[in-house]
Design a protein around this ligand. Structure first.
Ligand code: SAM
Length: 320
C-alpha cells in the first residue's frame, strides 16, 4: 500500500522521537524544559506497533530522534527490535553524539549504517555557549569512533546562527575536504520561543563558500529516500557539504515525511500546530484498522507548504 497525501506526495519517511529528554540545552532548540511524565511517553512496544503499521502503509525509511535518543533506557534493544521489522529499507538515527562512543557497537549491531550527528561548532568554548554543556570532545570522539567503525555516510548537522557560529563556515568546509564527512548546513528555523535574528540563508552561505572554492553538485546516491539537502563537493575533497534551506527555499513540494512524537502524537508538518493523538486511542484498545485511520488522517492533514513562519513547539519535543 502507498501513503499518498492530498497533494500527491508519497509519504515514505517517518521520524520517531523516542524521548523529550536531552543532555544539552541548545540556544535555538526551545527553552521551556518541561519534562513529559513517564506514563505519557510511548513504550517501546507501542512505538514498534505504530511503526509496523506505518511500514504496512508504505513507510520505508525510519529515523530515530529525540530529545537525545541515546539517553533513553535500553535504546540498543529497541534499535535491534526495529531492525527486525520487514519493510524498513533505511533505519537511521540522529544524535548529538555525546553518548555515541558508548553506543556505537549497539547501533552497528542493530544494522544502522546512517548516523547524523549534530555539531554546530568546532571550538570547545563555543560549544559550551551554544549547548550549555562542556561535551565538545565527547562528540568529536564519537564522530571519529563512528568513522573507525566504518559508518558511512557520517553526516554532521550544523545549524548556522548569525552572530554565533557564522565565522566557522570555512572551518567546516575544510573539515569536509580533509575527512569523508558530509557537513550539512541547516538553516535555523525560528521556533515560538527562540531568537528569530539567528537566521542566515543557505543561499548566502553557499555564495560565501563559492567565493573561495569551486563547488561541484553531487547527487545523493546513498539513499533511496533522500531528504531535502542539496549536496556539493569541493574539488578534491574527501567529504561533501550539503544545504538544507528549510526556510528560504521551500522544499515542501518534495516533502515525504511525517513525525511521531515521544508522547504519541502524529505531526503532519513541522510548522503546523496540528497533532493527531494516536497514543490514547491505542491505550484504550483501538484495533489496527482504527490506528490506520488515524495515520491516514494525519497524512491528509499535511499542508501543501509551510504554515506560518515559525515552529509552534520546541524542537526537542517534536524531534527536529
Ligand atoms: N538530540 C539529537 C540531536 O542533537 O541531533 C536529536 C534531536 S535534535 C532536536 C534534531 C536536530 O534538530 C538537530 O540537528 C538540531 O540541531 C536541529 N534543530 C533543533 N532546533 C532547530 C532549529 N530551531 N532550527 C534548525 N534546526 C534545529
Amino acid at each position: 500500500m502507498r501513503l499518498v497525501d492530498r497533494y500527491g506526495r508519497r509519504i515514505t519517511y517517518l521520524r520517531v522521537s523516542v524521548t523529550d529528554r536531552c543532555n544539552l540545552r541548545c540556544i535555538y532548540c526551545g527553552t521551556d524544559f518541561q519534562r513529559l511524565r513517564h506514563e505519557d511517553i510511548l513504550r517501546y512496544e507501542e512505538i514498534i506497533r505504530i511503526i509496523d503499521l506505518f511500514v504496512r502503509l508504505g513507510i520505508r525509511k525510519v529515523r530515530i530522534t529525540g530529545g537525545e535518543p541515546l539517553l533513553r533506557k535500553n535504546i540498543g534493544f529497541f534499535l535491534k527490535e526495529l531492525s527486525k521489522i520487514d519493510g524498513i529499507e533505511e533505519l537511521a538515527i540522529t544524535t548529538n553524539g555525546i553518548l555515541l562512543e558508548d553506543f556505537i557497537d549497539q547501533i552497528k549491531e542493530a544494522g544502522i549504517r546512517r548516523i547524523n550527528i549534530s555539531l554546530d561548532t568546532l571550538r570547545p568554548e563555543r560549544y559550551r555557549e551554544i549547548t550549555g554543556r562542556d561535551e565538545f570532545y565527547k562528540v568529536l570522539n564519537g564522530i571519529y569512533k563512528a568513522k573507525e567503525k566504518g559508518f558511512d555516510p557520517i553526516k554532521i548537522n550544523v545549524v548556522l546562527l548569525k552572530g554565533i557560529n557564522e565565522d566557522e563556515i570555512m572551518d567546516f568546509v575544510d573539515l569536509s575536504i580533509k575527512e569523508p564527512f558530509c557537513i550539512r548546513f541547516i538553516e535555523y528555523m525560528p521556533t515560538f520561543d527562540s531568537n528569530r535574528d539567528f537566521f542566515i540563508s543557505g543561499r548566502d552561505v553557499k555564495r560565501m563558500i563559492q567565493e573561495r572554492f569551486k563547488l561541484i553538485e553531487v547527487k545523493e546516491k546513498d539513499s533511496l529516500y533522500p531528504g531535502p539537502a542539496i549536496y556539493y563537493r569541493v574539488e578534491g575533497a574527501k567529504g561533501k557539504i550539503g544545504f538544507i534551506d528549510a526556510i528560504s527555499s521551500h522544499f515542501c513540494s518534495r516533502c515525504n515525511r511525517i513525525r511521531l512524537t515521544a508522547d504519541g502524537n502524529l505531526v503532519p508538518c513541522l510548522f503546523s500546530s496540528k497533532k493527531i493523538d494516536i497514543k490514547n486511542p491505542m491505550r484504550s484498545g483501538a484495533k489496527d484498522e482504527d490506528l490506520i485511520e488515524l495515520i491516514l488522517k494525519a497524512v491528509k492533514e499535511k499542508p501543501s507548504s509551510h504554515m506560518g513562519d515559525f515552529i509552534k513547539d520546541s524542537m526537542y519535543m517534536i524531534g527536529g
